[in-house]
Ligand binder design. Structure first.
Ligand code: SF4
Length: 369
C-alpha cells in the first residue's frame, strides 16, 4: 500500500498554480493532523488491505507540507503506524519549499522518519522567481540543500519548471547546470502549463504574457533530456530523472498501478478498478470530518477500456514502456519509423524523448487504433 497525504497550505499562490490549496498565514497544524488521522481510521476496513497489508511508501505532497509545524509530520507518521505496519525501509517523502527548510525543521522531519525530500527550486533566476510569485530566494535553495543533508536526509530531489514565456529570457541550460552543481539524487522537470483561474491564465488572457511556443518548449525538453543523461541520470519517466537506485518509489507505484490511499482535501485513491477522490477544499474537508460525515466527493469503477487506456498512458510515460503486444503492430512500426519509440529488445515498446513530447497524441492514436 502507498499513502499520499495532501497538505493544502501555502504562504501565497504561485502565478501558475491551480492546485487545491489554502493560503494561510497561520497553518492549523494540529487540526490538520486530527482530521487526516480521522480519515485514516475510516480506511481501515477497506478490502484493499487484504492484498496489501503494509505501507511501503508515504508521500507528503501539497500545497506545501513544509508549512506544517515540523512536529505534525511526526504525529502523522505515528498515527499511520497505530493502525498499519509501515515497512522499516519505507520511502517517506516530504515536499518542501526552500524558505521553510531550517536545520531544526530538517532534523525534526528526519526524526519523524522522512528519508527523502523534494525541494521546489523551480529556477535559479531571481527575476523569474519573482514572476512566479515564489516566496524563496535563489540563495535559500542552496541553504536548504545543505540543511537537509546535514540532518541526515540523503535522498534529495529538485523540482524545476521549463517552457516559460520567451519574454522572460530564462536561461534553461544555466538553471540545469546550477541544479547539477547541487548534486541532487533526483530531478523533476515540469513543463509550464497555462491554466484558467490562475494569475498566469489571466495575464495570458489579457495578452500581457505570450505563452511559450511549441518549438521552444520542445527544444527545452530535449535539451533537458540530453543534459540529464550526460550527467549520468536515468530519465526514467517523462518528467523525472534519477541517479542509480534513486527512482521515486512512491510515484513509480502510481505508474505501475499499485494500490494507493490518498488522505486530505482533493486527494485521490485507487485500487484495481476502484477510484475515489475527496472534496477539494480544506474548509469543506475540515467541516465534514468535524460532523463525522464522509469526505469522499466522487468515485468510479473503471471499465475495461478505461483500464487499458490507463495502462497505455502510464506505461508510455516510463522508460519501462509497454509489452509489445499491448499495441497494434502497425502503430509500433509507425512510431519507430518516426523516431518516437524504440522496440529494440523485441519485448517492449518504449518512447524516446521525441515520443514523450507527443505523449498525449500518441496515447490517443494508440487507443483509436
Ligand atoms: S507552493 Fe506549490 S502548491 Fe503552493 S501555490 Fe506554489 S506551486 Fe501551488
Amino acid at each position: 500500500m502507498h499513502v499520499y497525504i495532501h497538505v493544502p497550505f501555502c504562504a501565497r499562490r504561485c502565478s501558475y498554480c491551480d492546485f487545491a490549496i489554502a493560503v494561510r498565514r497561520q497553518v492549523p497544524s494540529r487540526r490538520f493532523v486530527e482530521a487526516v488521522l480521522q480519515e485514516w481510521a475510516t480506511w481501515q476496513s477497506h478490502p484493499a488491505w487484504a492484498d496489501s497489508p503494509r505501507v511501503e511508501t508515504v508521500y507528503f505532497g501539497g500545497g506545501t507540507p513544509s508549512r506544517l509545524e515540523p512536529a505534525a509530520i511526526g504525529a502523522l507518521m505515528e498515527g499511520l503506524a497505530r493502525h498499519r505496519a509501515v515497512a522499516t525501509d519505507a520511502e517517506v517523502t516530504l515536499e518542501a519549499n526552500p524558505d521553510d527548510v531550517t536545520p531544526e525543521a530538517a532534523a525534526a522531519w528526519r526524526a519523524a522518519g522522512v528519508n527523502r525530500l523534494s525541494l521546489g527550486a523551480q529556477t535559479f533566476d531571481p527575476t523569474v522567481l519573482g514572476w512566479m510569485h515564489r516566496t524563496h530566494t535563489v540563495e535559500q535553495v542552496g541553504e536548504a540543500v545543505a540543511a537537509v543533508r546535514a540532518a541526515g536526509i540523503h535522498d534529495l530531489s529538485l523540482d524545476l519548471i521549463f517552457g516559460l514565456p520567451a519574454a522572460l529570457n530564462r536561461g534553461w541550460q544555466r538553471d540545469l547546470d546550477q541544479a547539477f552543481r547541487l548534486a541532487p539524487d533526483h530531478l523533476s522537470l515540469y513543463g509550464l502549463t497555462v491554466e484558467d483561474h490562475t494569475p498566469l491564465g489571466r495575464w495570458a488572457a489579457r495578452g500581457d504574457v505570450v505563452p511559450v511556443d511549441d518549438e521552444r518548449y520542445a527544444t527545452e525538453f530535449l535539451a533537458a533530456d540530453a543534459a540529464v543523461v550526460a550527467e549520468g541520470y536515468d530519465h526514467y519517466e517523462v518528467s523525472n530523472a534519477a541517479r542509480a537506485g534513486r527512482r521515486a518509489r512512491h510515484n513509480s507505484a502510481y505508474w505501475r498501478r499499485a494500490p494507493f490511499i490518498g488522505l486530505g482535501p482533493s486527494a485521490h485513491s485507487g485500487f484495481g478498478r476502484e477510484r475515489r477522490w475527496n472534496v477539494r477544499e480544506w474548509s469543506a474537508y475540515d467541516r465534514l470530518l468535524g460532523v463525522g460525515a464522509t469526505v469522499v466527493s466522487g468515485s468510479e469503477e473503471l471499465s475495461d477500456d478505461a483500464v487499458r487506456l490507463e495502462q497505455t498512458y502510464l506505461g508510455l510515460r516510463t522508460s519501462e514502456g509497454l509489452p509489445r503486444d499491448h499495441l497494434p503492430p502497425d502503430v509500433t512500426r509507425a512510431w519507430v519509423q518516426a523516431g518516437w519509440a524504440r522496440a529494440d529488445a523485441g519485448e517492449r515498446v518504449r518512447l524516446t524523448a521525441e515520443g514523450w513530447l507527443r505523449l498525449d497524441a500518441l496515447v490517443a492514436s494508440a487507443s483509436a487504433a
